[in-house]
Design a protein around this ligand. Sequence first.
Ligand code: CA
Length: 455
Amino acid sequence: MAQFSTPYSRRKFLLTTGAVAASSVLLKGCLGNPPEETTTTSSNSTSPATVNSGTGETPEVTKIKLGFIPIVEAAPIIIAKEKGFFTKYGMTEVEVSKQANWASARDNVVIGSANGGIDGGQWQMPMPHMITEGIITNGTKVPMYVLAQLITQGNGIAISGKNAGKGVNLKIADPDYIKAFEKTEGRKFKAAHTFPNANQDFWIRYWFAASGIDPDKDIDLLAIPSAETVQGMKTGTTDAFSTGDPWPYRIIADKIGYMSALTHQMWKFHPEEYLAIRADWVDKNPKATKAVLKGIMEAQQWCDDPANRKELIQICSGRNYFNVPVNILTPPYEGKYSLGDGQPDVNDFKAGPLYWKDDIGSVSYPYKSHDLWFLTETIRWNFHKGAIKDIDTARKLVDKVNREDLWREAAKEAGFAAADIPTATSRGVEKFFDGVTFDPEKPEAYLSSLKIKRV
Ligand code: CA
C-alpha cells in the first residue's frame, strides 16, 4: 500500500458529527454579546458576516492569538479577521498579531498566548516540525500541528543590478561568472534570505544548485533582514535575495535589480507557507480549531476571487498589516511581474499568489507529501547537524505534525464542495524546472538524483 493513500491519519480526534444541526442556536447565543476588540490591529470591516447555521459545533473558546508576517502569505489570516469569517464560525475574539520577523514568531509561539506570545499563525516550512522537536528552540519541544497551507507561489529570486546582462536568470547561463567572484571581486557572490533552513533558503539553494552552483561552497549565503539586503543590493555589496511579494515588484520599481526567477517558474504551484497552531491548544480546543480553519478556508476562497482582489489589496496594504502603498501590491495580485534584465514580462493571474485552488487542485489542503519534501530537503542540506537523520524519521515527524484530518473535517462540516477536498494525502510526483522530480513514495530516489547535496 502506498505511503500516502490513506486519507485519514492513524490518529483520530474526538469528533461528533451529529451535533452540527443543533449548533446554530448555540452559536447565536455565543455571539449575542460581541466582546471588546482586543486585537493589536484595527478592524476595518464594516459588519461581520452573518452566522451560518450548520457550520459546525460551538467552539470551546472564542479567542486565539495568531501571528503573521507582513507579506502576501498572511492574507488569508488578515482577511478572515477583517471580513468577519472567523466571527462567522464563532471565533469572535481572534487576535492577529504582526510579528517582527520569523525568529520572533518562533519565540512567541514557544511562550504561548497566556504569557504574551501567540498560539500559532503563519509559518515557513518546516518550522512547525522543528519547533515540535525542539530543534530550533534550544531543545524546548513545543508540539505543533500543521493545519492548512496559506498560499502557493508569490516568491522569487532577486538579483542586484550590478549582475544584469550576465545571464544570471532562471537557468544560470555561466555558473563560472558566479564562482569566479572571489577572484574578480575580491569576495564571494553574496546571497541572502531572511531566515535559515526554511522556504526562502530552500528556494535559493535549489535555484543555485540546479545550475551547478554549490550554495555552501561557491557563494556566501546568509540570513539578513530584508531592508539591509535591499540596501546591500543598491550599493552593490549583496548580489541575490530570496524574497517574497511585494519585494520583487519593489526591486524592479526602485531599479535595485531584477528578478532572475519567480518561484512559480521553478516549481509551479509549489507549497509555500502554512497555518500551524500549538498542539496543546488544538487538543484542548478541537472545535475552535476547526472554526479557525473554516474561517481561513472561506477567506482563501474570497481571496482567490478576482473581483475581491482590489479590496484585498486595500485591506492588506493598511498600516497595521503590510504598510505598503496600494500600487506596490496591485501588480503581483494581478499576476503581473516585470522581471527585468531583458526577460519577458509575466502576465498570468495564476502566476501570482493563489490561496484556495490552483490548476493541480487544493492550495489550502496541507498535503503530507509537501511536508515530506521540506523535510527531505532538510536532509539534503544536512540542516540542524542532521537532526532529521533519514526519510523514516521524516515520515514519522510528518505523521505527528500534519493534521490534514482536521482540515478535511472542517471542510466537510462547512459544506465546501466535495471536489475541493482532496481524497489522498499525497499530491503525487512533483516536477521542478530543471527536470528533477520528487516522488513522495521514493524520496531516497530524489536525493540520489541530486548532484549537489550534503548527504
Ligand atoms: Ca514565503
